[in-house]
Design a binder for this molecule. Structure first.
Ligand code: PRP
Ligand code: MN
Ligand code: MG
Length: 182
């Protein structure tokens, strides 16, 4: 993993900072739900895997976990906001309190679509918990209940976040060096 260091220009968030923020988010979530709510955490594959694993274990709350995989249609690198479901939930969410778990909100297109989709299934509530958000990149405003960090509009990887499927297993979140993608 040593050669990965040259690919990162700056550590944005250390393992400790991430853990602290996850705990903080968990305390806020615990204050809003009870065990009787039977909260369903919905992780968005694949980026949200680390946040989901750590947040779920940090939450002192009865909960279920399920996963969705989605992909943005669209030409080239521009996301169109039209989303295709690659893996749907295994859970019927009618009447359920759903909390979507995401690693990052970039344009917001994925989540705004997902939010509408899950709400249309008759969930009792659908809220969002995202570890990171890039305010400068937002194209659609969405109401995000739990946000960890607002970060600059840089290419970040690690802790679930990838570039070309790499770097997801880094424990910290760092800024990707331009030589990697240019
Ligand atoms: C990334 C990230 C979010 C989404 C945010 O996922 O994990 O899910 O993009 O982008 P948006 O706000 O502009 O819609 P990606 O599509 O790269 O898939 P991945 O989670 O498998 O990496
Ligand atoms: Mn993702
Ligand atoms: Mg990705």
């Amino acid at each position: 993993i040593d050669d990965v260091r040259d690919d990162i220009t700056e550590v944005l968030l250390t393992e400790e900072q991430i853990a602290g923020k996850i705990a903080e988010l968990a305390r806020r979530i615990e204050a809003d739900y009870t065990d009787d709510d039977d909260v369903l955490l919905v992780g968005v594959l694949r980026g949200a895997v680390m946040v989901m694993a750590d947040l779920a274990r940090e939450l002192r709350l009865q909960l279920n976990m399920d996963w969705m995989a989605v992909s943005s249609y669209g030409s080239g690198t521009q996301s169109s906001g039209v989303v295709r479901i690659l893996k749907d939930l295994d859970t019927d969410i009618t009447g359920r309190k759903v909390l979507i778990v995401e690693d990052i909100i970039d344009s917001g297109l994925t989540l705004s679509w997902l939010l509408a989709n899950l709400r249309s299934r008759g969930a009792a509530s659908v809220e969002i918990c995202a570890l990171l958000r890039k305010p400068e990149a937002v194209k659609v405003e969405i109401d995000v209940r739990y946000v960890g960090y607002d970060i600059p509009n840089a290419f970040v990887v690690g802790y679930g976040l990838d570039y070309a499927e790499r770097y997801r297993n880094l424990k910290s979140i760092g800024v990707l060096a331009p030589h990697v993608y240019s």
